[in-house]
Every structure is written in C-alpha cells, then in structure tokens.
Unconditional design. Sequence first.
Length: 71
Amino acid sequence: MKSALRDSVSLETTVQNAWPDELDPRLLRTGDIRDRRADAALARHELGWKPEVEFTNLVRMMVRADVEACA
C-alpha cells in the first residue's frame, strides 16, 4: 500500500485524474495552499501507525462527500 504522505502529487491533480470530466470549478478551493507535504515517519515509529486508505481513494471519498453535500 502506498502511503498518502509519501505521495508528492497535488490534491488538485489527483482529483482531476480521478474525475477528468466531472470536476466542477465551483468546488475548487482556490485559497488553499498549493503544495502540502508531511512525513508520517514519526507516527509510524512511535505509534506503529500505518494508513488504512490509499491517498487516491481518500480523495475520491472526500470529493464524493462534498458533491453529495452540494446536491
């Protein structure tokens, strides 16, 4: 499983790849920081944490929830 925190792809790119024909510009958050990165190494080491959901699936879940909330 790929860790979301090791992926350096942007959220916007991931959404556009997941739904290339369905992206509604009204749902884009233009004020957000363009590039966010984190390193989960400490959480893995100290807490034994590991991701349960792949990054692209997490984005898909978040976008679906937003679209349903706007419907």
